[in-house]
Structures are given as C-alpha cells and as structure tokens.
Design a protein around this ligand. Structure first.
Ligand SMILES: Nc1ncnc2c1ncn2[C@@H]1O[C@H](COP(=O)(O)OP(=O)(O)O)[C@@H](O)[C@H]1O
Ligand SMILES: [Mg+2]
Length: 377
C-alpha cells in the first residue's frame, strides 16, 4: 500500500507496452504501477517512476521487487514456475497464481488440461523425434511448448526435412493438426479471486507473419450461438483453472466449429480496442481483478471498434513525429498509442484505434492510419 494515498501498489513483472498501458489505467485509479524492467529503455520503464531494474528469472530480484507490493502480476508469461512458487510460499500475493499461469506458459500442459475439460482443440501430440512427427502426420504445425510469442516458436511443417530442422534445436515441442481457418477470433474474460467474472465481446483477430496486426470488435457477422460458445469456453477455462486477472482465449473458427489455439493470462493485443471501445479497458479490468475490486462493465461504446498495430517500418523517410502529425491531420478521430520504443523494422511500436458503424470502412481507416505511421506515406 502507498502510505500517502492509502491505495494499493500493484507490481507488474515486465515493462513492455502492456505494463505501459496498465500504468495509464493505474493512474486513473489513484495508483502508480510499479514495474520490473530488464532495461531502463523499456516501454513502461520510461514512464513509471516506480521502476525497478532486475531479471525476472532471478528469485532475489523478484523478492526485492515484491516488497511493498499489494499484489504482483505480469506483462508476460516468462517467469519460471519455481521462482513464482517460492514467492507465493513466502507470502507474496501473486496473481494469477502460478498453478493457473502454468497453462499460459506451457502449451503441452494447456492442451492436456483443456482436453480434461472436454473443450474443442486441434488434434495434437507431444513430439521429440522424426518418427513422432511422421506418426503424427504431415502437414502439421510444430510449436515450442514454452517461451514462444508473436509467431516465434511456431513452425508450419510440410516435409520431414522441415521437421528435422526444428527438432535439431532440442526444444520441447508439440505437433498440432494444421487447421483450415475461416478466421481467428479471441475472447477475453476477467476473473477476480472472489470468483466474479466479466466477459468481453468476441473479436476477430488478423495475424500476419505470426503477429496480430488487426482486431475488429465485435467480430463481424458472428452467429450469436458461436459467440455464446466462445464465451462459454472462456468461462469454463477461467473458472476451471482458477484464473485471476485478464484471460485471453485465442480461437480458430473453422467449418467444423471453434477450436482453442492458446491462452494468455494478462492483458492481450486482442483487447487494446477496449481502451476506447469498451466501458472498462482491459488494463483497468486487470487491475480491478488482481486487487479483487468489483469488475467494470464490458459493454461496448460504439457499434464497432477496430485496432491496427503499428510496426516499425523501413528506415529512412519522414521522422515518426512528422508521420504522426500527418496522420492526426488526416484523421482527427483516430486514437493513437505509441509505445515509446526505438523503431526497428517489424517491431510493434504502437497501435491505432477507430470507432464507428461500418467495420469494413473502419478497417480501411485503421490500416491507413497504421501505414501512415509505419511507412510515412
Ligand atoms: N494448428 C494450427 N493450424 C493453423 N494455424 C495455426 C495453428 N497454430 C497456430 N497457427 C497460426 O499461427 C499463429 C501463431 O500461433 P500461436 O500458437 O498463437 O503462437 P504465439 O504464441 O506466437 O501467438 C496463430 O495465430 C495462427 O495464425
Ligand atoms: Mg497466439
């Protein structure tokens, strides 16, 4: 707790854009997020005064960081289980609990557990040799069981030679049936320790090169029964795993129905639209949930909200500041979020959100805005 304000201090392990946007939400609640950063130049480290430098894999660093925190939560899922369990044993309030977080850290553990719940998933198997992959069947998708993000750790496999190259890395892998996707969806739900849940509308996500580049909220033309099914899946997982905070369930929509892709137990790219598009942003909702506050309304404030990610573009051309001014002149209704990161080609450096009635027009507007920032033209 902060002695002066008598309000809680939330500690977030990781200082990327998710922590940066959570810090903004914390400010509105009278708080100031405390963040653990690996580097003082990270997105949240450059804006949060209570930044502690340290290594998220080191118990000693996390122990020191957790001192004075009301609750400790995450902007990524890479903190080792052993470290988290020790912190919990020592009395730190870690949310979500490591026993739940495991299923966002380890895709093999997740697939095994979700199968026990009888939830729909692609056919899958653990693999650690060419004969395993051969027995599983090609084409398939190989995935690193742990440590992947933004498509790093996902390989589309057409031949045994492709598989051999991935197996040679020696990392723990699962194979998944390569599904024919009609599109990708995501559903977010918040759950608090007292068991309250609040689910957001189901959204469509568009990925390119393994990175989520566009989100349309709600997913256009989604049959109400499919939306209900997605929400039921999210509820089952949140409650079944005892999740606390925000949970994102990535889904595949196929001709055979919905299949679960993966889970994230934190704010998620598919929920950035909630800052302007919902009564309560995912960032505020995550804070409310980990603090066991009552949850906020997940109602939308516009018929449609579309978010487009801004990636670092090619070098050269107008400076980012100039690009930003052109965009603001072009589209005064666009909501721009820049993450304060050094620009590198392909790196997520921000996002733009627009609201309105027509999802196709909004998509074009959001992509145009992102392109303005990305390419400067
Ligand atoms: N079994 C699958 N079949 C078809 N496409 C897949 C499959 N698994 C993943 N993908 C594609 O790869 C993307 C990244 O996979 P994902 O498991 O979500 O990895 P990451 O942890 O990097 O987000 C997905 O959003 C989807 O586009
Ligand atoms: Mg994913």
């Amino acid at each position: 707790m902060d002695a002066a304000t008598q309000l809680p201090t939330v500690g977030m392990i990781g200082a990327g854009q998710l922590a940066r946007m959570t810090h903004q939400a914390a400010i509105a609640l009278g708080q100031s997020l405390k963040v653990l950063a690996g580097d003082p130049a990270e997105s949240a480290a450059v804006v949060a005064p209570a930044t502690v430098l340290g290594d998220y894999r080191e118990l000693e660093d996390l122990r020191a960081f957790a001192k004075g925190c009301t609750v400790v939560t995450f902007d990524h899922e890479h903190v080792p289980q052993s470290v988290l369990r020790t912190l919990v044993d020592e009395g730190v309030d870690v949310q979500p609990r490591p026993e739940a977080l495991l299923y966002a850290q380890d895709k093999q553990a997740m697939r095994t557990r979700l199968a026990e719940f009888g939830l729909p998933q692609p056919r899958w198997a653990p693999v650690d040799s060419i004969s395993d992959v051969e027995a599983f069947g090609l084409p398939c998708v190989l995935k690193a069981a742990t440590g992947g993000y933004d498509g790093k750790g996902v390989w589309m496999i057409d031949t045994l030679a492709d598989a051999q190259a991935v197996l040679a890395s020696g990392i723990r892998l699962i194979a998944e049936e390569r599904m024919a996707l009609q599109r990708e969806l995501a559903v977010q739900i918040a759950r608090s320790p007292r068991g309250e849940t609040a689910v957001y509308p189901v959204v469509e996500t568009v990925q390119s090169g393994g990175i989520c580049t566009e989100v349309i909220a709600p997913a256009p033309h989604l049959a109400p029964e499919t939306a209900d099914e997605a929400k039921r899946i999210a509820e089952t997982i949140a409650t079944g795993l005892g999740v606390c905070g925000m949970l994102a369930v990535e889904l595949f929509q196929t001709s055979k129905g919905l299949f679960i892709n993966e889970l994230a137990m934190r704010a998620h790219n598919s929920g950035h639209w909630t800052i302007e598009g919902a009564e309560t942003s995912q960032f505020e909702q995550h804070l409310r949930a980990v603090l066991d506050y009552p949850l906020g309304s997940t109602a939308t404030v516009a018929p449609y909200t579309v978010m487009a990610n801004v990636l670092g573009g090619r070098a050269g051309g107008p400076r980012l500041d100039e690009r930003l001014q052109h965009l603001l002149a072009d589209d005064p209704g666009a909501h721009v979020h820049l993450y304060g990161k050094a620009v590198r080609p392909g790196r997520k450096i921000g996002h733009v959100t627009v609201r309105g009635d027509d999802p196709e027009l909004l998509r074009r507007r959001a992509l145009r805005a992102a392109e303005r920032l990305q390419e400067g033209e």
